[in-house]
Design a protein around this ligand. Structure first.
Ligand code: TYC
Length: 104
């Protein structure tokens, strides 16, 4: 909408409704590396991202072959929690696995 136009009551109501009902979404990705085991990545996708075994394996292989892969889309707090959980679990096992989030 043109910034200089005066908004109708309906436009203002729609805007505030949208703000209240539609939080921003974030994509969470895993990155490939040479050291993290395939089994561990599949485990991460099953336990942290709740992927069924077959899909977890497909995503892991996609990351292995392409360098990056989508694990899921979440609201900001959930995405932040997933990223932290991946890094915490990987750190415990001394794997350099990286997980990033990007606003949609
Ligand atoms: N490239 C790793 C290997 O060959 C496997 C791997 C897959 C690592 C996905 C990280 O996000 C990753 N062991």
């Amino acid at each position: 909408m043109d910034d200089h136009a005066i908004k109708t009551k309906e436009e203002l109501r729609e805007e505030s409704e949208q703000k209240a009902k539609e939080p921003s979404l974030y994509k969470v990705f895993l990155l490939n590396d040479d050291y993290t085991t395939m089994d561990f990545v599949v485990d991460v996708l099953e336990t942290i991202f709740h992927k069924p075994p077959t899909e977890a394996t497909q995503i892991m292989l996609h990351v292995h072959n392409k360098g990056i892969g989508l694990c899921g889309t979440y609201t900001r707090e959930i995405a932040e929690t997933k990223v932290a959980a991946v890094h915490e679990l990987a750190g415990k096992r001394e794997f350099p696995l990286k997980c990033i989030m990007e606003k949609e």
